[in-house]
Write a protein that binds this ligand. Sequence first.
Ligand code: NOJ
Length: 557
Amino acid sequence: MQALTQSGRAAGPEGNEPVPAPRLSGADWWRGAVGYEVYVRSFQDTDGNGVGDLAGVTKRLAYLAALGVDVVWLTPFFASPGFDHGYDVSDYLAVDPMLGTLDDWDELSVTAKQLGLRLFVDIVPNHTSSHHEWFRQAVDDPTGPFRDYYVWADSAADGGPPNNWVSHFGGPAWTMDPGGTGQYYCHLFLPEQPDLNWANPKVMEEFAAILRTWCERGADGFRIDVAHGLTKDPELRDNPQLRQVHESMHPMDVFASFQHIYDLHRHETAVLFQQWREAVADLGAVLVGEMDTRDVDRFAEYVKDRNALHAAFVLQVGLSDWEPATTITTMLEYQAKSNGGAAWEVSNHDQARAVSRYGGGELGLRRTLALTTLMGAFDGMLFIYQGEELGLPDAEVLGHIEDPMSARNGEGMWSRDVARGPMPWSTDPDKGFTSAAVAWLHTEPLPAELTADFQTDSPHSTWRQYRFMVGLRKRYPALWQSDFELLEQGVGHVTIGRNDLRIVGNLSNAPISAPALDGADIIFQSATDAVSLVQGVTWVAAEATVVGRITARLVAD
Ligand code: NOJ
């Protein structure tokens, strides 16, 4: 068996630095972009309070530029009491003092531009904090103009909540008006996160102004939290229940026990996003929704015709367990129907890290790289979650749980904290993350090989491999610009053609023969053993993705 290498060069990242390429430009720049999610609180602390901050992001922008990403998505840094770590906003135009100041944002924005990086602000429109001035006024003055900014309803006949909707974080999605009217307000997350009433046009007006303000201050686009939420059934009907629920169930399982046709995934929200698009069109901002609809047709409606969202995350593909056959089928379905508006990711701050979810250790990393490489050959944006480029597994949390979903629902509940541990920049006791005695989320130390310092210096690191993979879209624009040709599809594997490029993604657990790569120059392989030649036949190893380029002669054939 002969291992194939890039023509004249070693296979894999060694010696293959990405060629610096011009910043993506034009209105459609986002289509070929690679984004990087920064979980701000855990990225870099600069003021010693144990919490990452905006100045910390600025300090580390050069690291992100060196990785080669185009866009940095910053998790919410607005004023917030922090019940859901920033996803409960009390002022959309102010920076949380724990994370910095508006001046810090300005500096971040200027530095990002100098480095050719774009910034996405994470906007939270489904709900505010209960500390937001709008909610305070809505409670204090039930006949005033802010009451209708939120979703209120009378109790059911027995005095209980108005319908059977449940909160993502446990318990009913309704809490009694603290103002004593006897009405309930709706909250699909914590009681401290009251849902906004998007049937009220004033709410759109408020958000149009907020979006424009951030664009004028340097934002290039937005990640939209719970974009599949926002509008509700006007009659607030009960959701169909799919199975019995019981007390010991995880809130996520309780939530999944209902069909969310009346509280989420509404057609009205897709219509609303046309107004969002109009609100920022002249400023060129890009709108990328967090989209947890598991229905490709509804998804397509949210990103259709270039007049709603630009793109949306296909959450179920990246965030499920290792399910090669389903993953490939679903990716192809979204590829076919979503107008290039998919944003792909294998993990984010709400899920177990991909390396751990996909089996842990070398196996988990191998699978993560295979799937991420394959995603890069599909239409749409590709996002990397902080630490993924180091191959980080789930963090071991020491001390108390921070995630409100778990903290409120009893001992031993799975927690999102595992994905939110501080970045391991170095082997310092504080990981180079903070000078505080303990970080806001205290996690087990990590070995030197998993730190950024070590990996950026090492020629064979996961970081180098990611850098090379991230650079592929710039070195070979055909990867996202040329027609997507489905050349072959099998159970857990797929072969794609894009002009002279051939991408073979074999997520299955057995090697496959790959005639599409015969005679090709191997541009990238997700593992060192990914491609081989056995008696004249090209094979792609199990759980590996290979990108090759065929010669002009083969294209002509
Ligand atoms: C999705 C965010 O990613 C998550 O962290 C947050 O808890 C919920 N939306 C509520 O805003």
